[in-house]
Ligand binder design. Structure first.
Ligand code: FRU
Length: 720
């Protein structure tokens, strides 16, 4: 028999060991949610009830890559500290090991009026009245890999995706699937062939009509279906929305919710937030939003939020549309060298450019002539910068311009660049698709200066070609849509049910399908971004969805570890001293004003030899916030040959030269999240630096940066 003292001693020992090593593995996020082990993707079933925030999530109980999708579960009272709970809905297989049902993404609601009839008696009041439970109902996609007939007689086709429900009468701890599942078996008749691409129901209570509303996605069609229901079991299709705005790849994980504009209770707008993959702002996964109105059945987008791909912004001028396919570049005033000399724009259908946006016309400038082997340059006539933006369509392989190798034997660029004063000031390569996409360069910083474009293709490798079309000059960017986060690692965002309109809170998966299954972490894979509070703010006459980390995150902040004001920061790098361990997890705020320099920022996770660093800053000329993770550490997950995933991310943030700009930076062991002061330019990026890359520096490029203030709080672990 073990004595009581021994027992207490063992428990203490065990507990001590646990506290000591729990959540301290290499790269383990310290203030972001991760499962203890195994694979995680989308947040699911976000619902606040009885003082608890529930976080369900796409989970593979059997490994660190996607598969056997189940709903993992955790709860929190503050969105900062999480308690892991048992799996809520676990992937089902038959006796031969064939997977019958995976639980794909969805939402959860608390059915306070028991519209579903799932409540059960839980006791009696003092006066003998029966007291009922309050059911929590999960609405999710049943993904059925194997054809079979269910015990309720429903015949399931292989690969079918249907919407189903399950309920819990113990606050989400244990779940029962509804015997009448699925509640929406197939998409509407006209989309019958999309039965394998119909998913991700987001459900909420719409009080004005006392109905449940569901938004679900026809992923490949770029269509959202809106249904309503009285009881969560019987659903009636009300309307559909889309395709609209960014529409490459698939539309996934939609949600729909109201917010006040500028905090004004009399102006409500409805927000559609959705994932798009691939075809995000960089390439791979991305998140876009659309503002509009919702009347209980139909979502109508605001005209100002619909970006008609066939229109160029009002007041813009076309510099070159490459429609004259019978002319040579020389005849158009351009010049060409190498394999392109003597040639001109080509017929787009011959070179197989895709134009799903419908703007291309016939001609395109291309370096795809004799396959990928063509090499040379194509240069525009000189022009004067007179408008703030240059926009153009681009497609082709990803071989970025690299100033370190340009012109050397290691040069492998296939790029379209803007040259001013002999310098490449903006450059864009392809996005690894033949679909033309709009890209914008902010050129406010070079107003009145002489410039020219150059296409440089020195590469003969696979996909080593570029197509460029419709070069326009305008006062506003040619957007494909509204991007919610401009980094590579923010996807499948979902928002909480059960909170009031002023506390709309979103959680995004901090990863990207382009490489998610290869990030170098173990025994878990993937984290959630910090929960963020949403609002609508009018900025430069346009209403925008803005975001800030939830205020409760501050409960993890240490006292100020560093704070300094610098009247004029000199050009170059200036080290600042943030003590360990907080040089690897901190909240760092910088405020600054333009001086004689062109860029200002912070270098984090740097080593002494400058071979590792994560660079975060603001570019006064291009007017954007940027994060550069090219040298952040272990990049094996994106270092594909010959085309690595991009490493430089920008978020447009137009400013005036006298503006004081604020950046709030949240650094964890394997991520960085950057917010401008208003929360409109946000970049989320994973990084995997070595432990001893922990220096912190400020930098100013090409001259001074003025009125710089820096302040740093450490962020304590939420797991110990
Ligand atoms: C988005 C997604 C969803 C789907 C889930 C499957 O990341 O593809 O559309 O429900 O993941 O795990």
């Amino acid at each position: 028999m073990v004595s009581l003292t021994t027992c207490v001693f063992l428990v203490l020992l065990g507990f001590g060991r646990l506290v000591h090593s729990y959540y301290t593995e290499e790269y383990r996020p310290q203030f972001h949610f991760t499962p203890e082990q195994n694979w995680m993707n989308d947040p699911n079933g976000l619902v606040y009830y009885n003082g608890q925030y529930h976080l369900f999530y796409q989970y593979n109980p059997n490994g660190t890559t996607w598969g056997f999708m189940s709903w993992g579960h955790a709860v929190s009272t503050d969105l900062v500290h999480w308690k892991h709970l048992p799996i809520a809905l676990e992937c089902e297989s038959d006796s031969n090991g064939n997977v019958l049902q995976m639980f794909f993404s969805g939402s959860a609601v608390v059915d306070v009026n028991n519209t579903s009839g799932f409540a059960v008696p839980v006791g009696k009041s003092r006066y003998g009245k029966v007291i009922y439970s309050t059911p929590m109902v999960a609405i999710y996609t049943s993904n059925y890999p194997t054809a079979h007939t269910q015990s309720n007689g429903v015949v399931i086709r292989a690969g079918q995706q249907s919407q189903s429900i399950a309920f819990s009468n113990d606050n989400g701890l244990t779940w029962t699937q509804y015997e009448g599942n699925p509640v929406i078996e197939s998409p509407p008749a006209q989309y019958a062939d999309q039965y394998q691409q119909f998913r991700d129901p987001f459900v909420f209570w719409y009080a004005p009509s006392s109905k449940w509303i569901m938004v679900a996605s026809l992923a490949m069609e770029h269509i959202l279906l809106i249904y309503s229901s009285d009881d969560l079991k019987n659903w009636t299709l009300q309307s559909q929305f889309g395709p609209e705005n960014a529409r490459f790849g698939q539309w996934e994980c939609p949600s729909l919710f109201p917010l006040y504009v500028d905090g004004n209770k009399n102006t409500v707008k409805w927000v559609i937030l959705m994932g798009i993959n691939p075809g995000g702002v960089i390439t791979g996964s991305g998140t876009q939003y659309i503002l509009g109105s919702f009347n209980g059945t139909t979502f109508v987008p605001d005209p100002s939020d619909v970006y008609d791909p066939s229109q160029i912004p009002a007041g813009s001028t076309v510099f070159q549309d490459f429609e004259s396919i019978s002319s040579s570049f020389e005849e158009l005033g351009w010049s060409a060298t190498g394999d392109f000399s003597g040639l001109g724009p080509q017929n787009a259908s011959t070179v197989q450019v895709w134009d799903i946006m419908g703007y291309l016309g016939t001609g395109v400038m291309t370096t795809y002539l004799f396959g990928d082997i063509a090499k040379g340059t194509i240069t525009s006539p000189t022009f004067t910068i007179t408008k703030q933006y240059i926009s153009f369509l681009i497609a082709g392989g990803y071989y970025p311009y690299n100033p370190a190798t340009a012109g050397t034997p290691d040069d492998n660029q296939v790029s379209f660049s803007l040259v001013i004063g002999g310098q490449v000031v903006h450059s864009q390569t392809g996005t690894d698709t033949e679909d033309l996409v709009w890209r914008n360069w902010n050129v406010a910083g070079w107003m009145g200066q002489e410039a020219y474009f150059i296409v440089t293709d020195v590469n003969t490798g696979p996909f080593a070609h570029l197509h460029v079309d419709e070069i326009i000059f305008s006062d506003s960017p040619k957007d494909e849509g509204n991007w919610f986060d401009f980094g590579p690692d923010y996807y499948a965002a979902a928002t909480y049910n059960g909170l009031d309109i002023n506390h709309r809170t979103v959680i995004g998966w901090m990863n990207n399908w382009a490489y998610a299954q290869n990030i170098p972490t173990s025994p878990w894979r993937s984290a959630m971004a910090v929960p963020r509070t949403l609002a609508l703010k009018t900025i430069h006459n346009k209403v925008r969805l803005v975001q800030q980390p939830v205020s409760s995150l501050s409960s993890l902040y240490t006292s100020k570890l560093y704070s300094k004001q610098i009247q004029s920061l000199r050009a170059g790098e200036t080290a600042i001293n943030v003590p360990a361990p907080y040089n690897a997890r901190m909240k760092l705020t910088v405020q600054f004003t333009r001086g004689s320099g062109t860029q200002f920022g912070v270098i984090l996770r740097a080593n002494t030899t400058d071979t590792q660093e994560t660079v975060i800053g603001y570019d006064f000329l291009g007017q954007n916030v940027f994060v550069d993770r090219f040298k952040s550490g272990d990049n094996s997950f994106v270092d594909w040959q010959p085309n690595p995933y991009p490493g430089h991310f920008i978020a447009t943030l137009p400013t005036k030269s006298t503006d004081c700009i604020t950046l709030n930076i949240f650094l964890d062991w394997s991520s960085v999240e950057v917010f401008d002061g208003q929360g409109q330019a946000v970049i989320t990026s994973q990084i995997f630096p070595l432990d001893d890359s922990a220096q912190v520096k400020l930098f100013s490029v090409g001259g001074t940066t003025n009125l710089v203030t820096v302040s740093v709080n450490g962020i304590k672990s939420s797991w110990t």
